[in-house]
Design a protein around this ligand. Structure first.
Ligand code: UGA
Length: 434
C-alpha cells in the first residue's frame, strides 16, 4: 500500500518505519525542513533501540521517504496518518491546532477517496472535527478513522510490529477493510484487531494510559503504607500480581511516572470529563499522588542530613524518565535536581542517553560525568532516578572508594536491601525496610 504519515515525531517516525518494514511505501511529511533533510539523508532523529537499523534499510530500499511538501507527500497515498503533537493547552486539555490545521490543508488537497487516520492521542470527538475540517473544503468521498497507538518508548519497534491489539475506530466498511489489510501482517500471531466506533477508540487510548497510571499511583501509595507499617512492597507486589485479575506488570513503585504520555493524558482525561460535567475523582488523586511521589526521596534525604543540604554533593544515576530512552519530559530526576539545587546542594549526574537533552534544558547548573562511577567522586550520597540495566550490578568496591559516604537513596528499588546492609551501605529505597 501507499501510505503518508504527517508528523515525524516519535509515533510518526516509528509508525512510518514499521509500516515500510512490511513492504508498504511510506512518505513521511514534516514542516521542519532541517529534520526532514536529516532523516532523508539517513540520520535518525530519536533514540529508540532497534529503530535505526530498519529505518536505514527501508530508506535504502526506497520504501521510506521524507518531504516537507504535504501535497506531494499525500498525492498517491491511500491512507494518510496524522501523527501530530497534541500538547496540553493552558487548562490541561489537548490542543488540536496542529491536527485540525493539517486536516484543513488536506481538505484543500484531496482529489480522490482516501482514509485519514488519527494516530495521535486525541480527545473524544476529534475524528468528527477532523472530518468537518476536511469537508469544509472537499466535497468528495473520504473516511476518518481513529487508530490510537499503544507503543512504549524504549520497546517501540517490538510494540509496533507485534501489538497486543490494534484498535480501529470507524463505522465505514470501506475504511475498515483497508485498515484491516494494512494491519494483517502485524497480527499474524492472532492478537486481536478490535473494530469499534471512533469515539470509543479515542476514549480507549486515554482509558488505557490512565488505567496504567492509576496502577502506578496505587502502588506508590501502597509503598507509602509499607514504609509506615514496616511491610515490604516487593512482597506485596508479588503477592497481588500473581492474581491474574491484577496482573504482574506495571506494579513497580518508584519516584512517579513521567514521559510525554501519562502525565499529559491523565490531565487531558480529567479535563474532558469536566467538559461533560463529570468529576473524575480517581484520576485527580492519581495525578496528585504522582506529583508528590516525584519528590518522595527528598524528605528522606533531608532527614538523613539533618535538614542541611547546603554544601552537600550528590551523585545522580539516571536522568531519562525511564530506561532505554533519551526522553526527559516530566522526568522525576529533573524535579529532584531542582529541589536539591534550591537547598544549596551540588549535583553530578550521569545518564547513558539523556545527558544531551538535560544539558540543553538546564545547562551547566549541574555537572555531567562520562560514566556512572565518575559521578561518585566526593559524593555525600548517590541518588538513583532511572533503572537503566547497567546500574543494576555495579562494582560496589569501586563505588565505596569514590564516595565520601556510603549512602544511597534508590528511587527504583534496584538492589537487595539486606545485601546493601551487609556491604555497609546506608540504603533507602521505596516501600521497603531500611
Ligand atoms: C506509555 C504507554 O505504556 C504506552 O502504551 C502508550 O502508547 C504511550 O504511553 C503513549 O501514550 O504514547 P511510555 O510513556 O513510553 O508509554 O512509557 P511506559 O513504559 O508506559 O512508562 C511510563 C512511566 O511509568 C515511566 O515513568 C515509568 O518509570 C513509570 N512506571 C512504569 C512505573 O513507575 N512503574 C511501573 O510499574 C511501570
Amino acid at each position: 500500500m501507499k501510505i503518508a504519515v504527517v508528523g515525524t515525531g516519535y509515533v510518526g517516525l516509528v509508525s512510518g518505519t514499521c509500516f515500510a518494514e512490511t513492504g508498504n511505501h511510506v512518505t513521511c511529511i514534516d514542516i521542519d525542513e532541517k529534520k526532514v533533510k536529516k532523516l532523508a539523508s539517513g540520520t535518525i532523529t530519536i533514540y529508540e533501540p532497534g529503530l535505526e537499523k530498519i529505518f536505514i534499510r527501508n530508506l535504502n530500499e526506497k520504501r521510506l521517504d521524507f518531504t516537507t511538501n504535504l501535497a506531494e507527500g499525500i498525492k498517491d497515498a491511500q491512507i494518510i496518518f496524522l501523527a501530530l503533537p497534541t500538547p496540553p493547552g493552558e487548562d490541561g486539555s489537548a490542543d488540536l491546532k496542529y491536527v485540525l490545521g493539517v486536516a484543513s490543508e488536506l481538505g484543500k488537497l484531496l482529489t480522490d477517496y482516501k482514509v485519514i487516520v488519527d494516530k495521535s492521542t486525541v480527545p473524544v470527538g476529534t475524528a468528527e472535527k477532523v472530518r468537518n475540517a476536511i469537508a469544509e473544503h472537499y466535497k468528495g468521498e473520504f473516511d476518518v478513522v481513529s487508530n490510537p497507538e499503544f507503543l512504549r518508548e524504549g520497546v517501540a519497534v517490538d510494540d509496533f510490529m507485534k501489538p497486543d491489539r490494534v484498535v480501529i475506530g470507524t463505522t465505514s466498511e470501506r475504511a475498515r477493510k483497508i485498515m484491516g489489510e494494512l494491519y494483517a501482517p502485524y497480527v499474524r500471531q492472532g492478537n486481536p484487531v478490535i473494530y469499534m466506533d471512533e469515539k470509543s477508540a479515542e476514549l480507549t487510548k486515554y482509558a488505557a494510559n490512565s488505567f496504567l497510571a492509576t496502577k502506578i499511583s496505587f502502588m506508590n501509595e501502597i509503598a507509602q503504607l509499607c514504609e509506615r507499617l514496616g511491610a515490604d512492597v516487593d512482597m506485596v507486589r508479588r503477592g497481588i500480581g500473581s492474581d491474574e485479575r491484577i496482573g504482574k506488570r506495571f506494579l513497580f513503585p518508584g519516584i512517579g511516572y513521567g514521559g510525554s504520555c501519562f502525565p499529559k493524558d491523565v490531565q487531558a482525561l480529567i479535563k474532558s470529563a469536566e467538559q461533560v460535567q463529570y468529576d473524575f475523582k480517581i484520576l485527580k488523586a492519581v495525578e496528585t499522588v504522582n506529583e508528590n511521589q516525584k519528590l518522595h526521596l527528598l524528605p528522606k534525604i533531608k532527614h538523613y542530613f539533618n535538614n542541611q543540604l547546603k554544601g552537600k554533593h550528590f551523585a545522580i544515576w539516571g536522568l531519562a524518565f525511564k530506561p532505554n530512552t533519551d526522553d526527559i519530559r516530566e522526568a522525576p530526576a529533573l524535579y529532584i535536581i531542582k529541589a536539591l539545587l534550591a537547598e544549596g546542594a551540588t549535583v553530578t549526574a550521569f545518564d547513558p542517553e539523556a545527558m544531551h537533552n538535560v544539558k540543553q534544558q538546564i545547562g551547566n547548573v549541574i555537572e555531567y560525568a562520562n560514566d556512572q562511577y565518575s559521578t561518585l567522586n566526593n559524593a555525600d550520597a548517590l541518588i538513583i532516578a532511572t533503572e537503566w540495566n547497567e546500574f543494576r550490578t555495579p562494582d560496589f568496591d569501586m563505588m565505596v572508594q569514590k564516595m565520601k559516604h556510603k549512602v544511597i537513596f534508590d528511587g527504583r528499588n534496584l538492589f537487595d536491601v539486606k545485601a546493601m546492609q551487609d556491604k555497609g551501605f546506608y540504603y533507602e529505597s521505596i516501600g521497603r525496610p531500611k
